[in-house]
Design a protein around this ligand. Structure first.
Ligand SMILES: O=C(O)c1ccccc1NCC(=O)[C@H](O)[C@H](O)COP(=O)(O)O
Length: 233
């Protein structure tokens, strides 16, 4: 039995999991094995940066059981498009500066989904949240940390952001909210309860060292996210 909310979201829908910042084939395979719906590789700089060849090896070929995401930074748009095509990606996550025009161009030229990232500090969303969300049909909410694009381990103010996220859902019906930033097995249920994201996205919170995923933490994270179905809002 499911219940539609005022914003049209289905309370009992399970929350999907994205395991991001993968650098090893075995970690990606394990994430899929335990139920992650998305696996992500970083081409945006930082300590988990992969080349195109390493991203191909880690993410593997396109397939039905998982969606493969590459996180881009401030690359030239043409480079993003070529990489999406070369790796046959499902989703391009834009962690650097992005615009409605760049989202439209990537979508038109690749036919693939684009996830713009809203880097959030405090309890408001950036002014272009509605425009970017409407163009892409989805947004990633991640922590705004000066000098670091992502993989920061810093959490958002989930309860303080509830009104802003609800307003975004009302402005862009059907928008998918991907929640990132400092999630861990021990706090993901609370984040889901407060913000009802469609997807929870984790990197450093399931690592034993930078770029190395801990199989037990990954399993615990997926199990915790799954257990939160029906608890939202
Ligand atoms: O993970 C990185 O190293 C990274 C570097 C540069 C840009 C983005 C990056 N990560 C993107 C992600 O989608 C992460 O999952 C997200 O930032 C959450 O990270 P964490 O707070 O460590 O869970």
């Amino acid at each position: 039995m499911t219940t539609a909310t005022a914003s049209g979201r289905d309370r009992a829908l399970p929350v999907e999991v994205k395991i991001c910042g993968l650098t090893r084939e075995r970690d990606a395979a394990h994430a899929v094995h335990v139920g992650a719906s998305y696996v992500g590789a970083i081409m945006a700089g930082g300590p988990r940066l992969l080349t195109v060849d390493r991203a191909r090896a880690v993410l593997g070929p396109r397939r039905h059981d998982v969606q493969r995401v590459v996180v881009f930074g401030d690359q030239h748009l043409d480079d993003v498009i070529v990489t999406v095509q070369t790796l046959d990606l499902d989703i391009a996550q834009l962690h650097g500066h992005c615009s409605v025009a760049s989202i439209d161009t990537i979508r038109r030229k690749t036919g693939r989904m684009v996830w713009p990232v809203l880097r959030v500090a405090g309890t408001t969303l950036p002014v272009d949240a509605v425009a970017l969300g409407a163009a892409a049909g989805a947004v990633v909410l991640d922590a705004h940390v000066v000098g670091q694009l992502g993989g920061t381990g810093v959490t958002l103010d989930w309860s303080g952001l509830r009104d802003a996220v609800e307003a975004l859902r009302e402005s862009v019906p059907g928008i998918r909210i991907i929640l990132a930033g400092g999630l861990r097995p021990g706090n993901v249920i609370e984040a889901i309860r407060l913000l009802s994201p469609d997807v929870v996205d984790v990197s450093s919170g399931v690592e034993s060292e930078t770029g190395v995923k801990d199989s037990v933490l990954v399993e615990q994270f997926v199990a915790a996210a799954r257990s939160a179905a029906g608890m939202q809002r």
